[in-house]
Structures are given as structure tokens and as C-alpha cells.
Design a protein around this ligand. Sequence first.
Ligand code: SF4
Length: 310
Amino acid sequence: MSRELRVISNVPKPRQPKPDWLKIRLGDPTNQNHVLKLIEGLNLHTVCQEARCPNIFECWSDRTATFMLGGDICTRHCGFCAVGKGAPGSLDPQEPRHVAEAVQHLNLAHTVITSVNRDDLPDGGAAHWAETVREVRALNPSCRIEVLIPDFNGDEAALNTVLDAQPDVLNHNTETIARLYRRVRPDADYQQSLTLLRRAADRRDREARGMLTKSGIMVGLGEEFDEVVELMKDLRASSCDIMTIGQYLQPHARRLPVERYVTPEEFERWREVGMELGFKHVESSPLTRSSYHARQQAESPAENAALLEA
Ligand code: SF4
């Protein structure tokens, strides 16, 4: 299959009629294929492709992508996620350097890096994470680095390994409300994710540095409006600074169905509630994803002030 067609094939196929507000822009194919060539040439993976993100045309047209460390096979079985599941291969020792080179080539002012879960590794891949942050910073000293990390099974030492590398934004998604964990994230634990965010914020505060913490969810999986508000309160109690809320889209038939399409007005109400609860920024819209407009999120006035305190 040609490179061009492989980009196109990442668009989720509609399985029920989607409302107009979920229409996507096709963007600039030249830039999209430039990004694809770069990713393939450096033997990297992106969550844009593996998770079949609906924003891939827009983001890649803008020459930005979210790099995914640790290969393209995940050790967990989340009900929403399109990433392949099974037994992953060994880590690519060149990957940290290659991510740094891709960031440099794309001239990114803000990069988002994530990974598959690597529960097969003793440290969950934390050392690989830290090396990547250091390589990216060494080659791109002015680039803001956002890490979207797994829960490391609650291993505080693994979390500290990543924090030692001093990312600018520590992102960990709860993905859904507490009640839906068994169905949506069967291998994860809601409280464990809150604890991770709490620990990251506590360490940031102890060391008086300007790192922001961030979390996000998908809606449309069966949650009620007030359950999302309860989650927001839990995140604020864990000193979380930024929250993202976006519409869940079924990536293929073997993943959880969409229970409902949330209206833009309801997203806006959550955004308003979140700001009242004290988040520095809430990105809430149908096509919001953790990394969607991440640079703009981190450039909002309140967040800039927090980073400048660093
Ligand atoms: S929103 Fe994030 S995952 Fe989706 S295409 Fe953009 S950078 Fe990639």
C-alpha cells in the first residue's frame, strides 16, 4: 500500500451516523506525507496512526505528531484502544535518539510523547522514557516536552525515574470515570491513576519547579454529566492543572461502541465547570484529544505563568 493511502486508511470508518460537529478537515497531503516519511525513516511509531486518531490530517498538516515509545504492541486490554495487544518485542535502543531527531526535523516548540504499556519490563519502560526526554532536550533545548505516561502499575520508583528527567508537562490519562473502569480500563485502577498525579504534583511542589500536571478522558461511553464533574473534583484534589475531554470514537468493531455523541454545548459546560474548579486550562470539545492543540494549551496565559515560575 502506498504511503498516501496508509495515511488515509487511519481515518476511523463510520459505524453509525456521526453528527456534523465531528466532521474532519483533510488538510495538506504534502505535509502529511512528509511527516509519514520521517516517522517511517526513523523507525518510529505514533499514537496518531496506531490509535486511529481523527485529527491526524489536521495535526500532520501542521507538521506535528505524538510519538509512541516502546513499539506498537501494548500489554493491556483497554476496551477503547485501537493499539495492537499482545507480547511486545524488545525496546529499540535507537528510539530515544530518533525521537529527538524527529522533533528537531519538525522544529517543534512543544512535543508530546507517549508509550504503550510495557508491563513485561521490570521498570515498565521508565528508564527508556527518561532517556528519551533527555535526548529530546539535548537536541532541542527550547522545546517544551510533554510526557503522556502509563501508570507503571503504581510503581513510584518508575514514576520518579521519569520525573528525574524533568519533563515540562506530566500527563497521565484517567481515560474515563471511576464507575466505568472495569469495562473501559480492565487492567488499571482509578485510585492508582489519581495517586500517580498526586505524587507528580507533590514532587513538583517539593522541588519548586514549574512542571504542569495534566489528565484527560473520553466521553460517550456511558458516563453521566455529574460523574465527569466528580472526576474533575478528584483530579483537582490531586492538584491536576490541565484537563482534556473529548468524544470517544469506536476505532473498529472489536472495541467498545459509542453510547452517545455528546453535544458541543455539553463539552462547553464541562469546560466552564472545570475552570470554576480551578484547573489552569480545560480543553473540552468533540475532537479534543490529549495531544490535540497541546502547544496552544501550554501557551494559555495561566499555564505560561506557571511555567515561568520554574
Ligand atoms: S490529536 Fe494527538 S494523536 Fe491525534 S493526530 Fe493530533 S497529535 Fe496525533
